[in-house]
Design a protein around this ligand. Structure first.
Ligand SMILES: *Cc1c(COP(=O)(O)O)cnc(C)c1O
Length: 372
């Protein structure tokens, strides 16, 4: 599933045709063109909080630019990110720090300087008290809080009841911009992403993955008054030679049009439910050694007896070596899961009941082989 973008499965004929057709009139113009405008209008019509949008070429560029914009808009330097959330590989976002209460970030990757890490404060997900404490202390220097509304890069962690609304309220109280990184959840949980699904409105949103239909596209957008700060209208610089590339825009337009078909999300949702209904009884047979989490068309299996799994620390304790063994057992049976226990799985509209049945059967056999 290419880590999320392929919501219609591999090589969708309509997306491929749109790319082929568009390529005949050129692969880059270096100037705005009608496909860019058309995709922007589609995005604005679909994602509730987006009034204005700027295209870039990857999710990494989208989050990096959104944070710069938030800093330029507020005149503040620091940001808050949540432990375990992934936002691409910009230096100041490659910081996960330790668990527990917010501490000053420490570099997560070689090559990230202390200087870069020190403006990123890290708070645990699903913990409003910890967030409140950091805001209380530091709010006047914090430009934005960025999070994956549903973290999908540390297994799948679901927001506890009222958590996202609580985050929104705290950001409002302290004048901190709220950025939803919807690079995975956008166009996946619902047509309007997690913000539609949970009815929480961020100030800025980052998009990627599904938006490009399998071509390199990212985007950031949101409130008009904030977006007006981007050059040339405002003082926050951001540009990209190949941003809004016609092939990528054409793939995005074809994708958005298909997503707008009536019943697309109810059908996809039904597939997710079917996988769950068939898989849960299978997993029960292993006496709590394996856990399953899902939301709509996203799912994850964990090798742990912990049934809570609402924090990154709990996911950290899962048996990832066992996941590796499980992955090989599945591959032997023709099912290629994401090759890490920290990654989620995705269903696409191309998956039918027969693939779901085959997957459930392969999971049953693989668990039997490795756990007994
Ligand atoms: C994949 C991902 C990114 C980075 O996108 P790239 O296109 O790989 O740069 C950012 N945020 C989230 C939530 C992602 O899942």
């Amino acid at each position: 599933m290419s880590w999320g973008p392929l919501i219609f499965g591999h090589a969708d004929p309509q997306v491929i045709e749109a790319v082929r057709e568009t390529a005949l009139s050129g692969t880059s113009f270096g100037t705005p063109h009608r496909y860019e405008v058309e995709l922007a209008e589609l995005v604005i019509s679909m994602v509730p909080s987006i009034e204005k949008v700027r295209f870039v070429s990857s999710g990494t560029e989208a989050t990096m630019s959104a944070v710069r914009l938030a800093r330029g808009f507020t005149g503040r330097d620091k940001i808050i990110k949540l432990d375990g959330c992934y936002h691409g590989h910009a230096d100041f976002l490659l910081v996960a720090a330790g668990s527990g209460l917010a501490t000053f970030g420490t570099p997560d990757s070689a090559g990230v300087t202390e200087g870069n890490a020190k403006d990123t404060l890290v708070v645990p997900y699903n913990d409003l008290e910890a967030l409140s404490a950091v805001l209380e202390k530091e709010s006047t220097s914090i430009a934005a809080l960025i999070l994956e509304p549903v973290p999908c890069n540390y297994g799948l962690i679901l927001p506890s009841e009222g958590y996202l609304k609580g985050v929104r309220e705290l950001c409002d109280r302290y004048g901190v911009l709220l950025i939803f990184d919807e690079v995975i959840s956008g166009f996946r949980l619902a047509k309007g992403g997690a913000q539609e699904y949970f009815e929480v409105t961020p100030d800025l949103t980052t998009l990627g993955k599904i938006l490009g239909g399998g071509l390199p596209v990212g985007a950031y957008g949101g409130r008009k008054d904030i977006m007006a700060k981007i050059a040339p209208e405002g003082p926050v610089y951001q540009a990209g030679t190949l941003s809004g590339n016609p092939l990528a825009m054409a793939a995005g337009i074809a994708t958005m049009k298909k997503l707008n078909n009536q019943n697309f999300y109810t059908d996809l949702s039904a597939k997710g439910r079917s996988l769950r209904d068939k898989l849960v009884p299978v997993i029960k047979k292993f006496n709590g050694a394996v856990q399953f989490r899902d939301i709509e068309s996203i799912f994850c299996l964990y090798f742990t007896a912990d049934t809570d799994l609402s924090t990154v620390d709990q996911v950290r304790k899962c048996d990832m070596k066992m996941f590796g063994t499980f992955h090989s057992a599945m591959l032997k049976r023709g099912i290629y899961l994401s090759p890490s226990g920290y990654e989620v799985g995705f269903l696409s509209s191309a998956h039918t009941e027969s693939e779901i049945d085959r997957t459930v059967a392969a999971i049953a056999e693989s668990l039997e082989e490795i756990l007994s």
